[in-house]
Design a protein around this ligand. Structure first.
Ligand SMILES: *[C@@H]1O[C@H](CO)[C@@H](O)[C@H](O)[C@H]1NC(C)=O
Ligand SMILES: *[C@@H]1O[C@H](CO)[C@@H](O)[C@H](O)[C@H]1NC(C)=O
Ligand SMILES: *[C@@H]1O[C@H](CO)[C@@H](O)[C@H](O)[C@H]1NC(C)=O
Ligand SMILES: *[C@@H]1O[C@H](CO)[C@@H](O)[C@H](O)[C@H]1NC(C)=O
Ligand SMILES: *[C@@H]1O[C@H](CO)[C@@H](O)[C@H](O)[C@H]1NC(C)=O
Length: 485
């Protein structure tokens, strides 16, 4: 009877998992073998410091020697040097990573003393070189409940192939070194894997926790950079798939569209690649439009002095005579409102945006209240340029076309074509610089603290922007910040 409950439940779970798997990311971070090698290089120095914490306990015993039975004691052993000269990291498909270290060696110094049966003591020092240490550890990649990446050590093994002992001292310790040869690896070997695992859980895992899962942009919006699931791993790379979605801070409404699938190219010359879906940009447009933030006012004082068409009824009266008759020599104001969320169209070689807006013209009456004059609906076409600056994605728009129609007039019919020059000028010289100021502030890439990007390349692909870069990890102050909360 219990089974009848279990089966549908597991089916349901399988279905849910299928659905979750079908959600495309809005942002993909791809770590290539080159990127993993860089991370390994940085990580080895940390691991080396951790392994130097190996503790070698004193040991003692008794043995037969040419001078009869003796008691020996090895003590005060300290690690002088622990080197990890050869290491390799490789992706393990569907699991994570495998770190292999070979040819590692430890140099240890210590003291010995022996006591013969008749009570005579000898003592001295010794050096041991423990060589041919190989370590292999698996790194399992996943994601936690908050959508942060996780890394945990899995199967670890350690093997020591060779021990070289050099004993010094006035009388020397003449018996064979088999005790030292056996005891030292026996003492060290079991400590290695726990230390390696500890380095991973105490040093590497917390580092991943510094990844911004939410990047606050301003008072209106933030970006959800949480993982959509455990990172997919193939033989060539590790992909970290993030939601990559803007959301409104005051209320999280799902956008009325879904992310497209992204196919990142197989070219892996750089350490890290970002696939930034048009979904990320379009959720930004959706959020700011829904929040009523895509509204701009244009007044005469914003118009450069050298432009002849002033925002007043005398100036506009040369184009629309009835406006000047109804409202003689009064200032005007334009209110520009987006009528739909702007969509970015990303295609190989080209990024375009075609914002649609309404322009409501008002006359400012002597008592400061506004009298509506006319309403235009406008479609613009712009080319978008995207760049990375200080770890942020920044953009700018270049206007290529403005089309407009008269939607409504409070001053009687007139030919909208007459307004072309004026409206084009206002859009390109007043609205566009304001928009570009906002776009120049940009938004943060989901990067670890202290990570700098170099050799950045940017290419538009079908439905996404491809960013490639080499990374440099350093405590040198990064001149950008991500607000976390
Ligand atoms: C634009 O002007 C309207 C009044 O006409 C005002 O309510 C609004 O706050 C102004 N918007 C901006 C962004 O200045
Ligand atoms: C309107 O603009 C004209 C120039 O075209 C200028 O002479 C006039 O003083 C302006 N009027 C107001 C009210 O600003
Ligand atoms: C990019 O867009 C511009 C303006 O729409 C157009 O003139 C140009 O031909 C396009 N280039 C490509 C490669 O599609
Ligand atoms: C401003 O003046 C106009 C016309 O002169 C009038 O219709 C309107 O009520 C006035 N508004 C205020 C707030 O006084
Ligand atoms: C203005 O709106 C009308 C009606 O919705 C539409 O047919 C026309 O294409 C729009 N014109 C522009 C330039 O957006």
């Amino acid at each position: 009877m219990a089974f009848s409950n279990v089966i549908p439940l597991s089916l349901l779970l399988a279905m849910c998992m299928n659905m979750a798997g079908a959600v495309n990311p809005g942002f993909v971070v791809r770590l290539t073998q080159k990127g993993l090698d860089y991370a390994r290089q940085e990580g080895m120095s940390v691991l080396q410091r951790e392994l130097a914490k190996v503790h070698i306990p004193d040991f003692s015993g008794s043995t037969h020697s040419p001078i009869g039975k003796i008691k020996y004691n090895f003590y005060g052993m300290a690690i002088r040097n622990f080197q990890l000269p050869i290491s390799q990291i490789s992706p393990v498909p569907n699991v994570g990573l495998k770190l292999s270290i070979s040819g590692a060696f430890i140099e240890i110094s210590g003291k010995w003393k022996i006591k013969t049966r008749i009570g005579i003591q000898f003592n001295g020092g010794f050096d041991v070189k423990v060589e041919g240490i190989s370590i292999s550890v698996g790194l399992k990649l996943g994601s936690d409940g908050a959508g942060r990446p996780t890394i945990a050590p899995s199967d670890c093994s350690c093997h020591i192939s060779n021990v070289n002992v050099h004993i010094s001292g006035k009388f020397g310790y003449t018996s064979d070194h088999s005790n030292v040869n056996k005891k030292i690896p026996q003492n060290i070997s079991p400590q290695i894997c726990p230390l390696v695992k500890n380095a991973i859980t105490s040093k590497l895992a917390p580092l991943l926790q510094t990844l911004p899962v939410t990047a606050k942009i301003d008072k209106v919006a933030a970006i959800d950079y949480s993982l959509t699931g455990p990172p997919p791993v193939t033989a060539e790379y590790v992909d970290v798939q993030l939601k990559g979605e803007f959301f409104e801070l005051s209320h999280h409404t799902p956008p009325p569209f879904t992310p497209p699938s992204l196919s990142l190219p197989a070219d892996h010359n750089l350490m890290i690649y970002f696939g930034i879906s048009d979904y990320l940009f379009n959720t930004a447009g959706f959020v700011y439009h829904s929040a009523g933030k895509l509204i701009f006012n244009v007044t005469d004082n914003m118009i450069p002095k050298d432009f002849s068409i002033r925002l007043n009824t005398s100036s506009f009266g040369t184009l629309i005579p009835q406006l000047a008759k109804m409202y003689p020599d009064m200032l005007m104001k334009l209110e520009i409102t987006s009528t739909s969320a702007p969509f970015l169209d990303i295609k190989p070689g080209n990024v375009t945006i075609s914002p649609k807006m309404d322009i409501q013209a008002y006359v400012i009456l002597p008592n400061a209240s506004l009298a509506p004059a006319f309403l235009l609906n406008v479609t613009t076409n712009a080319l978008a340029k995207v760049a990375v600056s200080s770890g942020r994605i920044v953009g700018s728009l270049e206007l290529s076309r403005v089309q407009m129609d008269l939607k409504h007039s409070d001053v009687g019919p007139f030919s909208v074509a007459l307004l072309n020059a004026a409206v084009n000028y206002y859009i390109s010289h007043i609205l566009l610089p304001q928009v570009n100021d906002i776009l120049q502030k940009g938004y943060p890439l989901p990067l670890l603290d202290h990570l700098q990007l170099t050799d950045v390349v940017i290419e538009p692909r079908q439905n996404f922007l491809l960013f490639g870069a080499n990374v440099h990890y350093g405590i040198t102050e990064s001149n950008w910040s991500v607000e976390l909360f």
